[in-house]
Design a protein around this ligand. Sequence first.
Ligand code: C5P
Length: 281
Amino acid sequence: RDFTIAIDGPAASGKSSTARAVAQELGFGYIDSGSIYRCATLLALRNNIASDIDKHWPELIDLIGKTGVEIKIQPNSNRSLSVVAAKTGRLVVPSVQILLDGEDVSNDIRTPEVNRLVAKVASDGGVRSAVLNIQRSLAANADTKATETQGNGKDPHVIPGGVVMDGRDVGTTVFPNAELKIYLDASAMARAIRRWDEMNSQLKNKQTEEAARKQENKADTSVPVEYPSVEDIARELEQRDYADINRQHSPLRIAPDAVVIDNTNLTFEQQVYSITDLARE
Ligand code: C5P
């Protein structure tokens, strides 16, 4: 691996979609480190050790070590985002699948239950070491290749293979020697509204699927989901950020050599291309 891009920042600052777009644009591998902490949290919930987790850290650490985590970025097309965008007029962010021992847990790791518990799970030093091993091994085995890119109307440019990893401590702890470090931030309100929008569009998709199922006269087995208000989401993000900033082991910090990007008033395209431009420099 020749080039590592670390993207850190508070909850819902747009790290994941930005990192995916940057990875696709540069032909890099992508690793969502929050999803690994979320998988660890799901393991605690499924093994009924979540309610008194403080008594069960060794058990959880053992489970993390035994379980395979895979992160698959889709579509795995070789075309850079900007080439697609030039045709369609907009950036289409590739989706990501998270597999836990081969099972697709992409939805199961984003429930309110996991949201509430994940910062607590991530505060344990033993859990962090176990996750660090997974982060580094996923990065070492990431599917990366040197690519010739033509992004942003610039001259074709050959950049080496690499990996983009997003999280809270990637530039400070996981890869302190990363070639490019970004700290992505946005106002608390902007972050809460974006997350709320995201949840509402998921709810709409669910409703459309359910309506289609009813039309086909298939039994509706889905459980109605209650979506929180913007205020609820803002409170949840604030609590998670507080826990992430104030924990003892590798707390959320801006690395001294990180480029800080506040995207409150940036378009998605502007922030993605500002990062790919920095990578190409
Ligand atoms: O990025 P995401 O919101 O999915 O992360 C979930 C949680 O995982 C964070 O709130 C944080 O507690 C933890 N995390 C971490 N270090 C990372 C990535 C995530 O502690 N590098």
